[in-house]
Structure formats: C-alpha cells, structure tokens
Ligand binder design. Sequence first.
Ligand code: SF4
Length: 303
Amino acid sequence: MSDKISPPLDRDQLIMQAAALADHLARAGVQWMPRPNADAVESLKSRFQTVAAAGSAASRAAAPVAKTAPAPVAASSGAPSGGSVGPAKQPPRRPALNPTLLSDHAKPYPGPSLPVVERESELATLATEVAGCQRCPQLVRCRTKTVFGEGNAAARVVFFGEGPGADEDRSGRPFVGKAGQLLTKMIQACKFAREEVYILNTVKCRPPGNRNPEPEEIANCRPYFERQIELIRPEYIVCLGAVSGQSLLDSKLSVGRLRGQFHPYFDSKVIVTYHPAYLLRNPAAKKAAWEDLQMMLRDAGLI
Ligand code: SF4
C-alpha cells in the first residue's frame, strides 16, 4: 500500500471542489443540492479562513525549531527544482477546477434539472416524435432512418455534429462510419468511453449527397437538438465543425475563428473544433483538434 499522503487542499481549492461536486450532482439530476450563492460562499470562505488560521497556529506550536533557514521554494510552475540537495519538493500542482462554477454570469438552463430516468424517458419520447417528423420535405424523401442521437443522459460532455451520413442513415445511429470511428478514438483519448458521453447532430435526417443542411432545415430541427441539450445540460459541448458551432452559437464565424476558446451556451461551456470527417481529409489538423480537447480536459480538471 502506498504511504503517500496527498497535500492538504487550501481554502480556495476546497471551495472550488465543493462547488464542482454540487454542480456535478445538480447536472446529474440530484435535486436537493442547494445552489451556491454569493452569501453562502463568503460565509464558507470566512469559516475556512478561521479553521486554516487555527490549524497553522497549532502546527507552528507543535513543529520543532528549524536549525537552518528554510530552503527557497520552487516556482509555482510545479517544475522540479535542480540539484540533489535542493529545496523540498513542491506538491504536485492540482488541476484547475472549473472556474466558472461560482460565476453568477452564466445563464442557467431553464427549469429544474431532471433525474436521469426522467431525462431518458423524455429523450425517448422526443426520439419517437423525430422518427415521424415531416418538416423538411426533401430530407424526408431521402432518409432511410432518422438519427436522433445516443449516449448518457447525464453526460458531462456532449459531442455535437452536423448531420447523418450514409452509414448513419442506414443504421439510425450517429457517428458510426469512418468519421465516427475517428470520433470514438477522440473520445477515448479524452479517457471517456463512448457510452459515457452523448452524441447528437444538428439535423436528424441525412442531407442528400452529403451536402450541408440548409438554414431552413437547421431551423426546423433546432427545437429537437435544443431540447436534447437542455435535458442533458452538460458541462461541455464539443461542436464538431462549422455547421454545429455556428448553429449552436448563432454565429457566422469559421471553425478557425471559433476554436481555442470557450463560448457560453446557457451554463455549458462550448468548444468548437474540426469535424472528424475534415480531420480524415486533413490529418495535419488533428493536432489542433487535440489541443481543443485538451483545453476542455484541463478546464474540467481531468489532466
Ligand atoms: S431534419 Fe429534423 S426537422 Fe427536418 S425532417 Fe428531419 S427530423 Fe424533421
């Protein structure tokens, strides 16, 4: 058994972790969790300050008197210090926790967060409605199956694509062709199983000849994808390609202009990156796509 003891969390880390836990539970459909508010946070801070001050005074009293001056502390980068008889090793830097969890600026999703079974039930009802949808006459004529989306109704991360291709149209499942296989590898590289995330598209019916969906078709399908995301209310939404990014964010900017930063969608954080089909045609862009995913993983405290 390892005898390593994790370094104690400081006050701010404790508050951030408590807030992150509350946020995860609320998003997973636990309804009795109180939402943090500014007064409660200030009260917690002052309580931690008191406890931390008492703890430091007690440790100082109990500690033996140092015979030599303390060694200089390494820079906060967490980089190892040089020299064999150098200063004590800094504890490993903890990953940053989601800094917007305590923000009052993020607009929450409307209505309560539903328990997972109710989300699954509502998603199933919506899928039935989509299967009979006739709003886009050309797509209805060409489609074999509607492709609603699949995955974990309490996912932390939602992957949001453009529309079904030929393989998806045949199977009724999102991202199962070559691009889908690459997406599965991207998800696994993030240390998620495909079943842990949720995958959906902007339009649920295959545009003929793999053309982009028309604005009117996206507008027709918007209530479906908006409801899916509202039910799941993930922490992160990864938009794959320009169509999904522009549709969700109501933007006309290219992927190149939208990527590399977080965008708000209610209180989810949106990143926009390249579509796996584009990455198959342009492997040089894989590095940039991986950087986008790493930005999300760092923010989520997962790397
Ligand atoms: S794309 Fe969406 S709105 Fe259009 S027919 Fe299919 S399900 Fe209906």
